[in-house]
Design a protein around this ligand. Sequence first.
Ligand SMILES: [Zn+2]
Ligand SMILES: [Zn+2]
Length: 356
Amino acid sequence: MMELARFARKTLGGTFEKIDIERNEVGPEDVEFEIKYCGICHSDVHIADNLFGETKYPIVPGHELAGIVSKIGDKVTKYKIGDHVGVGCIVDSCMKCDSCSKGDEHICAKGFSMTYDSDTKHGHIATNTGYTFGGYSEKITMNERYVVAIPDGFDLKRAGPVLCAGVTMYSPLKHWGALKGGLKVGIAGIGGLGQMGIRLAAAMGCEVTAISTNVNKKKLVEEIGAKHFVVSTDPESMKAADSSLDLILNTISAPHEMSNYFGLLRRDATIVQLGLVVDNHQVNQMAIMSKRIRVSGCFIGGMVDTQEVIDFCHAKQIKPEVEIITASQLDQVYDKLKAKHDSITRYVLDISKSLE
Ligand SMILES: [Zn+2]
Ligand SMILES: [Zn+2]
């Protein structure tokens, strides 16, 4: 077990400070890498604030890691020292169930281990506390299955957000048939997830409609590939797009009425819930019945899709907007994220500079 510096909140409501915690030694199938950058996700703020009531302290957040391989086990086949790699939301799963065998580790029958604040129940990863620590740290070690290759030439600073927001949008687009192009896709909510969804769906050859309450986002969404813009609070705008969409990816993460969007869907079309809404929905079922609308959901994506999305972004030159910060700015950035839900720029923690 080696000791490493991390940036943690020791208690609920505490501030970020440097602590030492142990990581596991490199096993035969493990890859260790030096983390260079870690994206800061809105869900980091929720979990650090114990929104779901299950946060363990001290917490080391971060599930958008990018870095350089520094050590490998003797059975590792996919990586060598010096490779650019990353890790998204998943660091362990049972590896045996039907979902894992199909590359859907995020639907593992035994439950997957998230990159931080998650029990280390599958035994492929160890810590001295029994739960995982995330990417606001110097190094990390895990089974090579959960490590993603970052293509040469893809900026490490921009890779992390692709492994979270990118796969969260890519996976449902692929599952609901958008990858081959030709679908009319609506993206509701234009924040970190929504902007990735617009870029990905447009690059797949789909006709994209951005849906927002904020009339000021029209120019921005058009710049990143949306062909149409619907203001969901404007009945005229909603009426003009009536029954026009095959698929809506709904990224709204605040409590909302999802049936508001049913009118935009064609017959047999699907709405996929992607935002982390914990409150129950009141759904008007008459609208579902009249057009055979399907309501579904999706949470992140498995390892196959995580590798595919970074390769796809590299091929199509899709690069998340990022602002680089150091650990001394973490508390301030968390406060900013708490106040504002819809920025498309991702804050990314520069680990080397934070450790100076
Ligand atoms: Zn995230
Ligand atoms: Zn499994």
